[in-house]
Design a protein around this ligand. Structure first.
Ligand code: SF4
Ligand code: SF4
Length: 434
């Protein structure tokens, strides 16, 4: 079977400090849950409860202001004991409600009732996604109804792409989720197709090494009446990036002689959450998180309540082997620094890692030796060395190539001089001589 990929650049890499991908463990319920009112790039949810109020598990405690923010729910039962504020790594003000666990759980351990009926209409299903605060849990964190509204004007045909592309070992949590909740993911994708009303095909885009997973999804999908197929992708990073995945999909479209039209690309965590909201009327209470890195004693994939503090997760993984040099959420290639271990897991935290100094490598920074490695791996065909040097002398603003960079981090990963190429080019750290 043909493997579809992107034409140039990219790289394959492994990381032995990633947790094993064989199963997940359920993290302890948090004694305190810190629920941020801003979990998305958009606006802040308006709090509906105050300090001193009692809340139930799954209760709506913050109302999103559509289209750019989503509803927020209590993930444990208890009492709101504080409202806290902090600044994140981009100096943005964050605030959160702190819930102290008390009382009985209404969802945990209960048999879930199936509310999904054949005669439910599009509007009712869509309202459920809003009510239960469903967002894109990989990447942007945008409300899912916002994404659906954006594609609705694209006309027909439309194709839903279920992205199961494992090009980065730090996607371990999604990998485990795919096997443990395969039926929910597939059913979630057909629910999205039903809500959209314009999706005529579902494609399971699966890394070629995970062909067995794709076949299992396809077998499950055969129960439904929308055509579905599997596209095997390359597994070189950044295959799952929208640009690289679209290149592969357009190649597939041409080769197979089918018209895909506009593409709605969603990941497994989002589709499982869609399934739970529509079928069980359940908000996002938890998510799969990969916890690891060289500073962590026992890396593992954990199923974690939203709002649990990151420091507590490291404790549950046996604590640190030594003082961590860098702690962040996401992948080390594109992670977001964690400034305080009391920061919580949010709906988009697919991984948290703590690295020892040797693994972080920043301290080994040297001058560029013009080896050209960065050019050879850039999937966009840029010259990262040149852009980096231009930014040093503040000329990059005149170079349109800067806007082409999608911050994949390939150049930075291969640079023998450990230069922060991606961060500087994308402006995350600004000009290095500032
Ligand atoms: S990989 Fe690093 S050292 Fe080599 S050319 Fe690029 S910036 Fe210079
Ligand atoms: S971060 Fe930008 S410059 Fe570096 S490899 Fe990726 S796209 Fe190219």
């Amino acid at each position: 079977m043909k493997v579809y990929s992107f034409p140039r650049g990219g790289l394959s890499f492994d990381d032995p400090t990633v947790p094993p991908r064989n199963s997940s463990v359920v993290a302890f319920l948090p004694a305190f849950s810190v629920i941020p009112l801003t979990q998305y790039p958009g606006g802040r949810a308006v709090p509906l409860v105050s300090v001193g109020d009692k809340v139930r598990e799954g209760m709506l405690i913050g109302r999103g202001r559509a289209p750019d923010s989503a509803n927020i729910h209590a993930t444990i039962p208890g009492k709101v004991v504080r409202q806290v504020e902090w600044k994140d790594n981009e100096n943005r003000r964050c605030d959160a409600l702190v819930i102290r666990m008390e009382g009985a759980f209404e969802c945990l351990g209960k048999k879930e009732e199936n509310f999904l009926k054949q005669n439910v209409n599009y509007h009712e299903l869509r309202e459920l996604l809003i009510d239960y605060g469903i967002v894109e849990m990989e990447g942007s964190g945008r409300p899912i109804t916002d994404i659906l509204a954006e594609i609705s004007g694209a006309g027909k045909p439309q194709t839903l792409v279920v992205r199961c592309v494992f090009d980065d070992p730090w996607l371990a949590a999604d990998y485990v989720l795919c096997w443990e909740r395969l039926q929910a993911i597939v059913e979630g994708s057909f629910i999205i197709a039903r809500i959209s009303g314009r999706i005529g095909r579902i494609i399971f885009a699966v890394s070629h090494r995970e062909k067995e997973m794709g076949e299992a999804m396809l077998a499950e999908a055969s129960r439904y009446d929308i055509p579905s197929s599997m596209m095997l992708t390359g597994s070189k990073y950044p295959q799952r990036n929208r640009r690289e995945l679209e290149l592969a999909l357009r190649g597939y479209e041409k080769k197979e002689g089918i018209e895909l039209g506009a593409l709605l690309i969603l990941g497994p965590s989002t589709l499982a959450a869609v399934h739970d909201a529509v079928k069980y009327h359940r908000p996002i209470l938890d998510r799969y998180v990969a916890v690891g890195g060289s500073a962590v004693r026992n890396p593992q994939v954990m199923r974690v309540r939203i709002g649990k503090c990151i420091g507590d997760l490291f404790e549950e993984c046996g604590g640190f082997v030594d003082v961590p040099y860098r702690v962040a959420t996401g992948s080390p290639l594109s992670g977001k620094p964690v400034l305080n271990l009391d920061e919580p897991i949010t709906k988009t935290s697919y991984a948290v890692f703590a690295l020892l100094k040797d693994q972080a490598g920043d301290h080994l920074k040297r001058d560029c030796i013009s080896c050209g490695e960065c050019r050879s791996v850039c999937p966009v065909g840029l010259d990262p060395e040149e852009l980096y040097k231009q930014i040093q002398v503040a000329h990059a603003a005149h170079n349109p190539d800067v806007t082409e960079c999608h911050g994949c981090g390939c150049c930075e990963l291969v640079c023998p001089s450990h230069l922060p190429l991606s961060d500087v080019i994308t402006g995350k750290t600004g000009a290095i001589n500032e």
